[in-house]
Design a protein around this ligand. Structure first.
Ligand code: SF4
Length: 425
């Protein structure tokens, strides 16, 4: 095999920049004379260079690529991102509304969930919901992200009593009412993450929120086995989650989903999870965003002794997500990759997700969101402008705004000419 130098590469500058960071991180010195093997003939890269979405075989090959091949993978992913959304990285300025942290599931990595009576167990009142939403509005937020446990009333009589007291039949009825309240009383647009939904509930929540989300997390059913990440988490059965995502597709609801990496899945599982999402998007065209979220260990969780996925693993997964889904928004949360989160731009993300100037990340409370000014500077250091978006992405706005009603009216007031959040006057 012929050996070559950097100068043989077409985009030498991008390559050197990317290689420099990755290799320094691995404590391998880099000099202008360092020599790499050409990777043209490595399976996977040939398909990348032809453009368009890559195949499963190439994705499996690329997600396990060597450190030497990583710079080319990143360069290809970044180029794909620039073809899709040139020179911009978006984020959604949001408040996080943890409507209830009671949950009937027991995911091994979760610090959010509580049983009734646990310290910190709480279901928010309507007054608390509106107070957070109004405070966020004053800080320029445009999204109210509703996070909640999955159907806690099915397991806990205490939650049934709480709901009865509030005047609702189920957590979903209460969520629907709180989305409508926020929509009516504030300029924020709700984005609920309510867990599994029937067709009826997809429709009901779509009437009070322009988009919604459910992480697929993984396609691997074996993670429900005893001792695995989804042991005793019946709502994490992949087929059930795919059904909810498909229902949203049938109803043309802009949908956010994604994968959680480092919870016991294989690299092939990650590719298959992304391909399952791609198949649904091909059929219905409704996947507005795919989140690649990395497992972070916490001392109080059942998975307290599991290793976290290393940075290179995260970068490879994000890059492969970009190449499998070149025309879908790819997001990775910056707080979960601090302090080097800007490297995610090299891997092809075009969105940082929801960032709150007000509320902590209740799912990962030990990982503060970056200050927005820091986020802007780091985004600009990668050659991109930071722009605020709405919970619904620009390419999905038309379908929502065309339906007359309160949701459409509120969208009209928040949206700018380019489909992103209206810039402050
Ligand atoms: S991750 Fe979600 S479904 Fe799992 S235990 Fe936590 S709140 Fe419940």
């Amino acid at each position: 095999m012929r050996q070559t130098t950097f100068h043989d590469y077409i985009d030498a500058t991008a390559y050197i920049t990317t290689a420099d960071r990755c290799i320094i991180r691995c404590n391998v010195p880099i000099t202008p004379t360092i020599r790499f093997e050409r990777v043209d003939d490595v399976a996977g890269f040939a398909e990348v260079r032809r453009g368009g979405p890559i195949s499963r075989d190439s994705a499996v090959r690329l997600i396990g690529c060597s450190d030497g091949e990583l710079p080319e993978l990143l360069a290809a992913a970044r180029a794909a991102k620039e073809r899709f959304k040139p020179s911009v990285i978006t984020y959604s300025r949001k408040v996080f509304i943890p409507l209830t942290n009671l949950c009937r599931d027991y995911c091994g990595y979760c610090t959010f969930r509580r049983d009734p009576g646990d310290p910190g167990a709480h279901t928010m009142s309507p007054e608390e919901v509106i107070e957070i939403a109004q405070a966020g509005e004053k800080l320029g937020c445009t999204e109210a992200l509703f996070s909640l446990g999955d159907k806690p009333e099915l397991l806990f009589p205490e939650m049934r009593e709480t709901l009865r007291h509030l005047g609702y039949k189920s957590t979903l009825h209460y969520l629907e009412a709180m989305c409508e309240l926020v929509l009516r009383e504030t300029g924020l647009l709700p984005h609920p993450n309510p867990g599994l939904l029937s067709a009826e509930w997809v429709a009901r929540l779509a009437a009070v929120s322009p988009s919604m989300g459910l992480m697929l997390e993984t396609i691997n059913e074996k993670l429900l086995a005893p001792g695995a990440a989804h042991d005793n988490a019946p709502d994490k059965l992949p087929s059930k989650r795919l059904r909810t995502i498909e229902e949203a597709g049938k109803q043309d609801v802009p949908f956010t989903t994604g994968l959680l990496i480092g919870i016991g899945e294989s690299l092939e599982d990650r590719v298959d999870t992304l391909i399952a999402i791609r198949e649904l998007h091909k059929r219905y065209g409704h996947i507005q965003e795919v989140i690649v979220q990395n497992f972070r260990v916490k001392p109080t969780i059942p998975m307290a002794h599991w290793p976290e996925p290393p940075e290179g693993d995260m970068l490879r997964t994000v890059a492969v997500a970009r190449l499998l889904l070149p025309d879908v928004n790819i997001q990775a949360p910056p707080n979960l990759s601090a302090p080097y989160y800007e490297d995610l731009v090299d891997a092809g993300i075009n969105d940082w997700g929801g960032i709150s100037p007000l509320t902590p990340d209740f799912i990962n409370p030990e990982m503060p969101w970056p200050h927005l000014e820091q986020l802007r500077l780091r985004t600009e250091s990668k050659g991109c402008e930071l722009r605020q978006r709405l919970p619904v992405y620009p390419e999905f706005v038309d379908a929502v705004i065309s339906k007359p009603g309160l949701l459409s009216e509120k969208l009209h007031t928040s949206i700018g000419d380019d489909g992103l959040a209206r810039r402050a006057a």
